[in-house]
Design a protein around this ligand. Structure first.
Ligand code: SF4
Length: 227
């Protein structure tokens, strides 16, 4: 990850960058533990695969088939990354240099080569990935328009709730006594990645689930306080 970050150049919304997609599939190779699958991505993928007639099951089945868990902290805060296959660590959805889930590809893929992440002082900041320099010949793209086009309002609504609660979740996980950790992790995975009806709007469900997760973790953390 450190190596990955050294290839990211900070951008401002008023910047421009030359870019042309070469349809070479290079961005989708050598992506081991590099492409995050957020809750909203998993929801969209599960729905897309189901509507395509592929029996993907629910969100938890999509994770089991296409993602790998990555521990973000020793307290158990977990993220998911797309699985890779083959000697070149290609994304599991790459076939013949094409993305087989293009209409439902994760946010990180949609905004590529621009990455959008939280700014430590609030709001969001953008970076340009310099890993595939052969793409940087072509028409000039406006960063502001790129982000507006590929990062939807729903993406930002999701990030606001998800990132907005991350510090508290991490703090609560830290306080939960060892014997209750497993239960906390089951709740974390259930509320973030499983307790969704694919036929109902995502954001209402995610916001409610996040609230339930926080309440459940607070109760478990209180046990640690009283011991
Ligand atoms: S989901 Fe599609 S765009 Fe994203 S890495 Fe995989 S093949 Fe590439």
């Amino acid at each position: 990850m450190k190596d990955f970050m050294t290839k990211m150049v900070p951008l401002t919304p008023s910047d421009r960058f030359p870019f042309k997609c070469r349809m070479c599939g290079a961005c989708c190779r050598h992506v081991r533990e590099s492409v995050p699958l957020e809750s909203l991505d998993v929801f969209r993928l599960a729905k897309y695969l189901r509507d395509k007639g592929e029996d993907a099951g629910g969100m938890e089945d999509v994770l089991a088939a296409y993602a790998l868990p990555v521990l973000l902290s020793e307290n158990g805060y977990t993220a998911f990354m797309l699985k890779t296959v083959g000697a070149d660590d290609a994304c599991i959805f790459l076939k013949d240099n094409r993305c087989t889930v293009h209409p439902a590809k994760p946010r990180a893929c949609r905004t590529y080569p621009v990455a959008v992440g939280p700014y430590e002082l609030g709001g969001y900041e953008q970076y340009l990935s310099m890993e595939q320099p052969h793409h940087y010949k072509g028409p000039q793209m406006s960063v502001k328009k790129w982000v507006q086009r590929y990062c939807s309002r729903q993406d930002f609504e999701f990030l606001n709730v998800d990132i907005g609660s991350a510090q508290e979740i991490e703090r609560l996980l830290q306080k939960i006594p060892e014997e209750a950790r497993k239960r906390a992790m089951v709740m974390f995975l259930f509320y973030k990645y499983s307790a969704f009806d694919l036929d109902k709007p995502f954001m209402e469900q995610f916001t409610e689930n996040n609230q339930k997760l926080l309440e459940a973790l607070r109760k478990l953390a209180q046990r640690g306080d009283t011991e």
